[in-house]
Design a protein around this ligand. Sequence first.
Ligand code: TXA
Ligand code: MG
Length: 315
Amino acid sequence: MFNTIIGKDISAVKKFLEEGETLGIPTETVYGLAANALNEDAVLKIFSVKNRPHFDPLIVHTHSKDAIKNYVEEIPALAEKLIDAFMPGPVTVLLKKKNIIPDLVTSGLDNVAIRIPNHALTLELLKQLDFPLAAPSANPFGYISPTTSHHVFDQLQGRIPYILDGGSTEVGVESTIVGFEEDEVIVYRLGGLAIEEIERVIGEVKINLNESSNPKSPGMLKSHYAPRKRLVIGESVNQLTGNIGVIAFDEYVDVIELKNQILLSPKGDLNEAAKNLFAAMRKLDASDVEKIIAVKFPEVGLGRAINDRLKRASS
Ligand code: TXA
Ligand code: MG
């Protein structure tokens, strides 16, 4: 057991990581549970703190394109275009790993998922370390990802020594995961970088989301990001009885008490809605509502990632 500290002391964090500990770090998407990606014992701690099955691989975080080259065999031209355009930023690329990345990190897959998080504190930390950080979202497996240091503390208190506090995360949903096959670019997880943005830079992409409970496909168990309470999408609320909480976009729904409703963006901005999504789910999960209803969001920009998370939360 640890006496978990929330703070901004990069040198304390660096020391813990060098000693093979796992701890909380901020990114622009969600908070991560980080450890030295090149140290198997440290990586094992991530799986055990999160209760995460070993078949679910981890994203490796580093600070620059040059650093990525230390961990992957090659960077195909399309991947390089994406990296140059969007990293640091809310996107992860799948590239053929070098042997230096332990099989434990990739669950035995040939590809490693790699990204450069766009968060000043964490980038500074990554530059000071001489290893990359493996980091899944810092929540117990299957639950909602944390977007503040306090979310991490609430769930992992005592199990990690430190949480690096970087405020509320800017983007609020996890990174978009992208793979490359011959001439094709395939999106495996909708996330903080909108498809439209990617297509603007590299042309049309294929979207291949795993909608089953088959864990072989990257990133995506069907049921995930879930509150403990039942969550349903877009049900006709006036047919419902009982104490119901609502997650809506920019307008309240009729019938339900206003105190049980959360608007993710009163001004109708999907980026702001994504930023507020997980905190709203947590808030209603902790309240006295019996069931959560979410409206369906517009299927554009980050609206697609929001709908994806709501769907998995309702599974
Ligand atoms: O925004 C994010 O990506 C956050 C922050 C902390 O960086 N991280 C995150 O990690 O969401 P996690 O572990 O919660 O989700 C990463 C997903 C996993 O579901 C995993 O299946 C997929 O990425 N993944 C990781 N490595 C992979 C690989 N080598 N091939 C295919 N999928 C991979
Ligand atoms: Mg996760």
